[in-house]
Write a protein that binds this ligand. Structure first.
Ligand SMILES: C[S@@+](CC[C@H](N)C(=O)[O-])C[C@H]1O[C@@H](n2cnc3c(N)ncnc32)[C@H](O)[C@@H]1O
Length: 421
């Protein structure tokens, strides 16, 4: 056996720079004869003290005990030396002893073991016991029963018109079902009915991999009918916020992509439609009433603090703004507030006219006083309120975004000089 020793140090949520160090020496290590591990109910109390600091590193003494009434000492080490390997120009902060504790791991030295010893070691770690094969059997039964259900629901007459990947999946399913039928002389589960499938799904959910099988089994037919995509299964529940939704012109277009073809439901957990003006809300609410359970309608001023307007910070996966983000007179405000609303990794989808000298939008919207707010504002955008793509990129970066990741142009057929990014 080898003992792997490491120092796991915590540094005020990562805000404090710490020298990266590697183990270099040890004076003494003591391990309880009862072994290194203890019952899961019991936690560990670790004590550590920095013993000595040198130019190249430091050494620590430490003790770990179980937390139960007996407080049994489990391991103790003396003079554990760590050598600093961080860039020498970085001035390290030594770990506060209260923040560091030892991790000690036992690893077999595979290079010094015979093949028989290795396989005995692996067998002891991962026994091929009955429990494991029962799980596998359940998964196989569930997979086959689900495939049979799929073939039953998607008739062979329609299978010719399937997309290529579905045709492959279909033939693959047929192949495995035929094999199974030849072994079993008949249907995989047909004689006992779909309730067996439900039972198999239920018992599969007891293991993590079984939960994935169960999820796929419940959605396999729907996937073949294009009602759900594999990605949605594993990333359900996107929350979307639309700012400055107005008459909902952009919303109607945008919702075509997240809505399932023919499924009637939107491919998101929640879509919050907002505008500064409450006047727009009743009409759009009526127009989108079929998806009422997933939609919410409320006022939101995008240059005021979202949280003070009862919107939860860091709770949206996507924020959508169609021809609205350029409107405020101070353009540093809106991206900053929008970013606060997004979860880490969230995306802003904006549609904007990116040519300040383009004229078609202004032809219509210039008739509304609000259009000129940005022109009258401190930044004096001229001749209209729009910004170039490069200006938006800078502005977004200033607010903490990556900048523009992807830009898509409107097709010429729309007869506009708009572009969306
Ligand atoms: C050019 S319209 C775009 C409307 C809509 N997105 C569309 O696709 O038709 C701009 C919208 O932004 C809204 N708006 C203006 N200032 C706003 C602000 N500070 N916060 C939120 N919405 C605002 C207006 O009420 C208006 O509905």
């Amino acid at each position: 056996m080898t003992f792997h020793l490491g120092l796991r140090a915590r540094s005020f949520g990562g805000s404090q720079a710490m020298g990266r160090s590697i183990p270099a020496s040890i004076r003494a290590l003591w391990v309880s004869s009862e072994g290194l591990s203890w019952s899961k109910q019991d936690s560990v109390i670790a004590y550590a003290a920095v013993e000595r600091v040198t130019k190249s590193g430091f050494s620590v003494n430490g003790l770990a005990t179980s937390s139960g009434g007996s407080r049994k000492a489990r391991r103790w080490y003396d003079g554990f030396g760590l050598m600093r390997i961080a860039n020498k120009s970085v001035v390290p902060t030594l770990p506060n002893p209260r923040q560091c504790h030892m991790i000690i791991d036992c690893k077999p030295v595979l290079g010094k073991m015979s093949l028989q010893e290795i396989s005995a070691y692996l067998e002891a770690k991962h026994p091929s016991n009955l429990g494991r094969s029962a799980i596998r059997k359940n998964l196989e039964d569930l997979g086959l029963a689900s495939l049979e259900d799929l073939i039953r629901c998607i008739h062979s007459s329609t299978s010719d018109h399937l997309e290529t990947w579905k045709k492959h999946y279909w033939s693959w399913a047929q192949h495995h079902l035929d094999l199974q039928r030849s072994k079993q002389n008949g249907s995989v589960y047909g004689s006992t009915g779909p309730h067996v499938l439900e039972k198999l799904r239920l018992s599969a959910r007891e293991s993590p991999i079984g939960s994935v099988y169960s999820l796929i089994s419940s959605n396999l037919v729907a996937m073949f009918k294009d009602e759900v995509t594999p990605m949605e299964l594993f990333h359900p529940g996107m929350n979307i916020l639309e700012v400055g939704g107005g008459t909902g012109l952009g919303t109607q277009i945008f919702l075509r992509s997240p809505s399932g073809a023919g499924s009637g439901s939107l491919r998101c957990a929640r879509y919050d439609f907002t505008d500064i003006s409450p006047a727009f809300l009743p009409t759009i609410q009526e127009e989108l009433k079929d998806n009422a359970s997933q939609l919410r309608f409320s006022t939101l001023d995008l240059i005021q603090d979202f949280v003070k307007q009862a919107f939860e910070a860091a709770s949206y996966d996507v924020v959508v703004g169609v021809d609205v983000l350029h409107l405020p007179s101070d353009l540093t405000m809106s991206p900053t507030d929008v970013r606060k609303a997004l979860r880490p990794g969230g995306k802003l989808i904006m549609h904007e006219m990116f040519e300040p000298f383009g004229w078609t939008l202004g032809f219509v919207f210039g008739l509304f006083p609000g259009w000129w707010v940005g022109v009258d504002g401190e930044q004096h955008r001229t001749p209209g309120p729009s910004l170039t793509m490069e200006q938006w990129d800078l502005l977004l970066k200033g607010a903490g975004f990556n900048g523009i990741d992807l830009r898509l142009r409107d097709p010429d057929s729309l007869l506009t000089d708009n572009k969306s990014g």
